[in-house]
Design a protein around this ligand. Structure first.
Ligand code: ADP
Ligand code: MG
Length: 244
């Protein structure tokens, strides 16, 4: 993926001349304080948002053309910051959302009345550390952390080869956050590309190969994990010169 963009909302720049390329199989964490532009960057990379300047290429295709071939689109998994789950539907339907691309239309429709192929969903609940009984509960009745895990389950069931996850462990308790990230970054999924935004420096360093620091819409550093030093993080979160 190749990303050469700038973006402003009204006359305020959210991202200033970002230039980066991400190779297949990379696990990239985007870290930075709130408002630094992480969600904006992820949304531009996914084509959810059109940059006010510049272009994004995904596997050689111009993303903004909105004519991304179906087989590429189908392989892109999304975990947006607000999860995009349908709250009033049972968990089982939200999980099945990840499998719809693999199913014929009739099966998707039938599944809304009689959930189809429950076995993989039960397996997934086990993997996520959630009780199977939750499958038939309304999704909005789950806690924030549980909903995050359902959004993760949906994206894993999709078997996407490129995943964008915006704060996948926000509102997940710390020890659970580690297991969520290890699922997302599973080492056996070779060739799967992952781009995620995070607040937690330690988690970024533990689970990702490459760390991009964003601050006020600019890339402050873009380094392999083993080259990251404490000073990089201090630069990122330093408060005194936010107005300069
Ligand atoms: P982060 O995800 O790192 O917290 P965002 O990408 O959400 O940061 O926001 C970057 C900047 O752009 C912030 O100053 C934010 O207020 C602004 N911004 C984000 N979305 C919008 C929007 N839809 N309209 C106006 N300003 C926005
Ligand atoms: Mg955000």
């Amino acid at each position: 993926m190749l990303c050469e963009v700038a973006h402003r909302f009204g006359d305020k720049y959210a991202l200033k001349n970002i230039s980066l390329s991400i190779e297949r199989g990379e696990r990239v964490a985007i870290i930075g304080p709130s408002g630094s532009g992480k969600s904006t960057l992820l949304n531009l990379m996914q084509g959810v948002l059109e940059p006010t300047k510049g272009q994004v290429f995904l596997k050689g295709h111009l993303l903004q053309s909105a004519k991304l071939p179906f087989d590429i689109r189908q392989k892109v998994g999304k975990m947006p910051q607000d999860n995009h789950l349908v709250g009033r539907l049972a968990v089982v339907h939200n999980l099945n959302g990840g499998r719809l691309a693999d199913w014929p239309f009739w099966k998707s429709m039938l599944s809304l009345l009689f959930p189809q192929d429950l076995e993989p969903l039960k397996e997934m609940m086990k993997t996520l550390g959630l009780p199977e009984a939750l499958l038939f509960q309304r999704t909005e009745e789950l806690s924030g952390g549980e909903q995050k895990r359902i959004a993760l389950g949906r994206v894993l069931l999709q078997r996407a080869d490129l995943i964008f996850a915006d704060e996948p462990v926000a509102s997940v308790d710390p020890e659970r956050a580690r297991s969520v990230l290890s699922l997302l970054c599973a080492a056996d999924e070779r060739g799967r590309t992952l781009v995620a935004s995070l607040h937690e420096v330690d988690l970024a360093r533990t689970f990702f190969d490459r760390i991009i620091g964003l601050r006020e819409g600019r890339i402050i550093f873009d380094l392999p994990r083993n080259e990251i030093q404490a000073t990089h993080f201090n630069d990122l979160y330093r408060l005194e010169d936010t107005l300069s």
